[in-house]
Design a protein around this ligand. Structure first.
Ligand SMILES: C[S@@+](CC[C@H](N)C(=O)[O-])C[C@H]1O[C@@H](n2cnc3c(N)ncnc32)[C@H](O)[C@@H]1O
Length: 157
């Protein structure tokens, strides 16, 4: 199984991209992991939030392949502890044949089309983070999960 993190818009702040790069590198030791960035769309200023989300949805669907298992990162999704998330990833390795795709929405979230297409929603907290910050939190949690599954002394209960 390959894990893909699909994000809307490039990471603009270097302090986020450096951390994302660091954890993405560390992840290579355990799994096949990639982060794909949907490029920022042009001329969005004149569009309503809903119109922007529809345009982002068009781009999201272009990246998807048949057989992808889609998990939206969403503050209203199901919450896991880090240990539970590690077990979740372990379970998915047995049942997802190709790509486990986690998606971070744009600044205004996802369109209803994307919600309908998704298999699940996972929340990383009840609080809302910026679409830039959540990608960094996710890669650290995925790395933490891999260290838990490999009994490495990174996570402490
Ligand atoms: C600024 S948030 C948008 C939230 C906004 N309430 C909405 O849905 O319109 C941008 C994206 O970051 C991600 N995100 C933010 N907080 C999150 C959380 N606590 N757990 C999981 N994903 C989160 C989601 O993918 C969300 O679509």
């Amino acid at each position: 199984m390959k894990i893909l993190l699909l994000v809307v818009g490039k990471t603009t702040e270097s302090y986020f991209s450096e951390a994302i790069k660091e954890y993405s590198e560390r992840l290579k030791h355990y799994i096949t992991f990639d982060m794909e960035v949907i490029p920022d769309l042009k001329n969005m200023k004149n569009l309503s939030f809903d119109q922007q989300k529809e345009k982002e949805a068009d781009q999201i669907f272009k990246f998807l392949q048949s057989g992808d298992y889609l998990v939206l990162l969403d503050e209203r999704g199901k919450e896991y502890s880090s240990v539970q998330f590690a077990a979740y990833i372990e379970r998915k390795t047995h049942v997802v044949p190709k790509r486990l795709v986690f998606i971070v929405g744009g600044p205004y979230g996802f369109s209803s089309r994307v919600y309908k297409a998704a298999n699940e929603k996972i929340s990383l907290s009840k609080m809302t983070f910026s679409h830039q910050m959540i990608r960094m939190i996710f890669v650290e949690q995925l790395y933490r999960a891999m260290t838990i599954l490999n009994n490495e002394p990174y996570h402490h209960e």
